[in-house]
Write a protein of this length. Structure first.
Length: 389
């Protein structure tokens, strides 16, 4: 069957079983949003964001968030749900998605999960260990300990109470070390022991038909898209957006929102140029300077303020580009892990347009994974295979 490459010629077929759940999984900047909009326009789908950055209000430019006009036309669940100073766990995400899937099905719609946060997808498709959520009092206690004695103190404590996690974690992995200490103090059980317990995944629900559509585009093409997207972010005012966040919120450099790619590099830039925003009373200047300011070499040649700012700006842009490419690399790694899950029946769909028919799949599990090398091939597959299901 020969299909046109002109996206306007496609009439995406909406004939999926009423209990279906569709996941559109792809790296950053790969074009998944455009396809999600096409599917939404069929009237058959509701969109659920699978993106750990889009959850934050006021973080629009650096997250490549759909515009206000786009969100009005194409509503997304789980976008703009918390402030940048708040946290949102993977367990909370899974709980919210379970509720939303049920609501979509009750509305006669197919949930379309779209995004690039692979950890979220792994939790949905492979499951989570039953590690309890952090108690707020314990979390605050551990955070105070970290601020007073440093992450090395927590890492040393972890060696005593959970040597397995201590060996697994890098000494600079503040977020995971802190979480492991919180779990032990709260439950008197090592997080490594919790992680050995059987997993439960939403996608294991035999009353639902899960379809995972994973795209792994050619690297050089994706790198070009990433560079273009970053150029747009700088032009639209990512630095100004971060400054606004610092002015309005009591942020710290270790908050999950400020660890997002792009935002972290802007924070470092603002520290390097000694921006006066850190003088605001609601910000702890020392935390930012300790995180980002490195001592200058003794023999460093003196440069003018304007030249120092120019160099810092160039360094920021280079680091953001590198960090985004590394993010995409990690996403490819996660995607490969997804394709190897024993609970998924996987088929590779390549550029030859050799499309597997649903009746040819092994009926071993309600999850079916299809892997593609371009978004156009995903569109082909939907058009050809989501018929008479």
């Amino acid at each position: 069957m020969q299909l046109s490459s002109d996206s306007s010629s496609y009439r995406l077929n909406p004939n999926l079983a009423d209990n279906s759940v569709v996941c559109l999984i792809a790296p950053t900047a790969s074009g998944k949003t455009a396809l999600a909009y096409e599917l939404y326009d069929t009237g058959r789908y509701e969109l659920i964001s699978v993106d750990s950055a889009l959850i934050y209000r006021e973080m629009d430019i650096g997250t490549a968030k759909p515009t206000t006009k786009e969100l009005a036309r194409y509503p997304h669940h789980l976008v703009d749900i918390i402030d940048p100073v708040q946290s949102y766990s993977v367990a909370e995400f899974v709980s919210d998605v379970a509720r939303l899937i049920e609501a979509c099905h009750q509305n006669g719609k197919i949930p379309l999960l779209v995004g690039g946060t692979m950890m979220y997808y792994m939790a949905l498709l492979d499951g989570l260990s039953p590690v309890p959520d952090s108690d707020e009092a314990v979390r605050l206690r551990v955070e105070q300990w970290r601020q007073e004695d440093g992450i090395d103190a927590l890492y040393g404590y972890l060696e005593k109470v959970d040597p397995i996690s201590h060996r697994r974690l890098n000494a600079t992995d503040t977020q995971r070390i802190t979480r492991a200490v919180e779990v032990y103090l709260q439950t008197d059980t090592a997080i490594s022991d919790w992680q050995q317990q059987p997993k439960q995944a939403l996608a294991h629900n035999t009353d639902q038909q899960w379809h995972a559509l994973a795209v792994m585009p050619e690297r050089s093409w994706l790198h070009q898209r990433i560079e273009q997207r970053l150029d747009i972010m700088w032009q639209e005012g990512l630095v100004a957006e971060v400054l606004g966040l610092l002015e309005r919120h009591s942020l710290t450099p270790n908050m999950p929102s400020m660890r997002c790619v792009g935002y972290r590099q802007v924070l470092e830039y603002l520290v390097q140029i000694e921006h006066p925003v850190f003088e605001y009373s609601h910000l702890d200047k020392a935390l930012f300077y300790d995180a980002f300011l490195t001592p200058s070499p003794q023999d460093q040649v003196a440069v003018s303020t304007s030249e120092r700012q120019r160099l810092a700006c160039q360094q920021m842009q280079n680091k953001a580009l590198y960090a985004t490419r590394q993010l995409a690399k990690r996403q490819y790694t996660w995607l490969r892990k997804l394709t190897q899950l024993p609970t998924l029946s996987a088929t590779w769909v390549d550029s030859t347009h050799s499309l597997a028919h649903p009746n040819d799949r092994q009926a071993v599990h309600p999850i079916t994974l299809q892997t593609f090398d371009t978004m156009a091939h995903v569109r082909d597959y939907i058009n050809a295979c989501f018929i008479n299901m």
